[in-house]
Write a protein that binds this ligand. Structure first.
Ligand code: HPA
Length: 274
């Protein structure tokens, strides 16, 4: 049996909850889980075979509960490629949520801003991505039960959901930028020349997490959206050297607005199983 199926079996033995929406919380955004009606939590370390995150500031657990009347599963802490895991392990938690039955996924992250007029604390809806600087999580034998060998990627961040997010942001007076997310491996921040390259390629934000997760979720047919909290201007655009603490602090400052946005988005998602 595959590692994914082993993890799924271990999870089913401990959790009796069917989420419709998955939410992945990025650096400093973890407190969103405190705002929902929690039914159950499960530490990643209690799921047999689950890759456990090592970054400070990243808790490692699934939180099951309700936002309004929508059953959700929140990933409080994710697994990064730079921690040394295989790409297959990095996206395992996403696939596990897919097996649990989520129909929609909200990916969030802290990211470095590439557009000159960006400010730390800005929120950016991801409209598309460049994942070419990290290996595809789909490399290797394809698991046909998850998705097709050569999946289409023309609508990774679902366009209907993007419209829904725009409307929700507007209705709640939340200003929301839009742009392309470029993933690098990390753990080092980018050099100024890499940042210029990412800009030249059409990117608006750089980060170390989300594109591979989006790719794996899209492979499974999960409709998803992505929201970046611009925690800093990327290297070379920013005058000052970058550090992880600053990234977390900027994300913490915008947390209330971010939480409001995600809550209101979940409430208006149309869930088939409802
Ligand atoms: N680069 C990459 N990842 C990041 C950054 C950045 O500037 N800020 C937060 N995550």
């Amino acid at each position: 049996m595959s590692k994914l199926n082993d993890c799924y079996k271990s999870l089913l033995n401990q959790v009796n909850f069917k989420p419709a929406v998955g939410i992945v919380l990025g650096s400093g955004l973890g407190n969103f889980a405190d705002t929902i009606q929690v039914v159950q939590t499960i530490e990643y370390s209690n799921i047999e075979g689950f890759p456990v995150s090592t970054v400070s500031g990243h808790k490692g657990r699934y939180v099951f509960g309700y936002v309004g009347n929508i059953p959700v599963v929140i990933m409080q802490g994710r697994v990064h490629y730079y921690e040394g895991y295989s790409m297959e392990d990095v996206v395992l938690p996403i696939r596990l949520m897919g097996l649990m039955g989520i129909e929609n996924l909200i990916l969030t992250n802290a990211a470095g801003g590439l557009d000159e007029d960006m400010k730390p604390g800005d929120l950016m809806m991801i409209t598309d991505q460049i994942s070419s600087f990290v290996p595809s999580p789909l490399i290797g034998k394809n698991d046909d039960s998850l998705g097709t060998r050569f999946p289409d990627m023309s609508n990774i961040y679902n366009k209907d959901l993007q419209n829904l997010v725009r409307n929700v942001a507007y209705a709640n007076g939340i200003s929301l930028r839009e742009g392309v997310y470029v993933q690098f491996t990390g753990p080092n921040y980018e050099s100024p020349a890499e940042v210029r390259m990412a800009k030249m390629l059409g990117g608006s934000a750089v980060g170390m997490s989300t594109a591979c997760e989006a790719l794996a979720a899209n492979h499974m047919g999960i409709k998803l959206i992505g929201i970046s909290c611009i925690s800093n201007l990327a290297s070379g655009i920013s005058e000052t050297p970058l550090n992880h603490l600053e990234v977390k602090q900027a994300a913490d400052r915008v947390a209330p607005v971010f939480q409001k946005l995600v809550t209101e988005i979940v409430k208006v998602l149309k869930i088939n199983s409802n």
